[in-house]
Design a protein around this ligand. Structure first.
Ligand code: GLN
Length: 251
């Protein structure tokens, strides 16, 4: 049905952008499906066709995906997800091909070298991001606002965080944002999230892309390898502004 869109920037033979939602049965504590819906919608508004695949933890991860999403999770499902993804190998292959990965909280931590299990024990991660996570003393719960790294060209991000983990960034990654309000990585350097190449992780929960359309567009730009037609500001920008003002006026 997208074929009739006058805005279609791609040739008719172009295959749809393949969005892969990894392990909704293990990693989806905060309505993470919303992120796939926002990506589909913002692509469709520009005449870009998408195909979304939900991959449960007993299924193979398709290495030919363009844009992968990993959500938040409780400690034990997070460990299970890390073990299965590591055995599967599909995500590693995709990243080597330059695929885009957007990972939230538990998904973010498990992309690193290691993270803290339910008793704080170190658990091996996938090593796709040069980060290490352990357990902090206090749970970080609440609103977060961050000033995004200028090279990403994304306006200030706002979100909700809820994690025990503390994440240390290695030399191989850059911080996603400088924390303006909230905790973020919690390692004392004042940063939130991390990225390297087209792999990006954040502590902002489920509705991260709903609240940050600019971040959704960054992922689409990376996945398509092209600039995107700007969209008229919508309720999504209004929601973002509203949360930004609420948090900053009442820190
Ligand atoms: N279990 C991890 C932590 O507490 C991730 C939690 C989450 O995804 N909300 O740090």
């Amino acid at each position: 049905s997208f074929d009739h869109s006058p805005a279609a920037p791609m040739g008719a033979s172009q295959r749809p952008l393949k969005i892969v939602w990894i392990y909704p049965d293990l990693l989806s504590t905060y309505g993470d499906q919303g992120n796939t819906i926002v990506l589909e919608r913002r692509a469709a508004l520009r005449g870009i066709p998408t195909e979304t695949v939900h991959v449960r933890s007993d299924q193979r991860v398709p290495a030919d995906g363009d844009l992968f999403l990993l959500g938040g999770g409780e400690d034990r499902p997070q460990i299970l997800a890390a073990q299965r993804l590591s055995r599967d190998g599909g995500l590693h292959q995709a990243v080597q091909r330059g695929a885009v990965v957007f990972a939230v909280c538990a998904g973010y931590q498990l992309l690193g070298h290691e993270f803290g299990g339910e008793e704080g024990q170190p658990v091996a991660g996938l090593g796709l991001l040069d980060i290490r996570s352990g357990r902090g003393e206090h749970r970080a719960v609440g609103e977060i606002v961050g000033e995004v790294s200028t090279e990403l060209n994304v306006p200030r991000i706002t979100g909700f965080e809820n994690h025990q983990g503390v994440t240390h960034l290695g030399q191989g990654v850059k911080p996603l944002a400088r924390v303006v309000a909230g905790i973020g990585n919690g390692s004392g350097d004042g940063f939130e999230g991390a990225y390297s190449g087209h792999v990006l992780g954040t502590y902002m929960h489920g509705p991260a892309l709903v609240r940050n359309p600019g971040l959704a567009d960054l992922l689409l730009r990376w996945a398509l390898g092209q600039e995107l037609q700007p969209l008229a500001p919508s309720w999504a920008e209004r929601l973002r502004d509203e949360r930004l003002n609420a948090v900053l006026s009442n820190p």
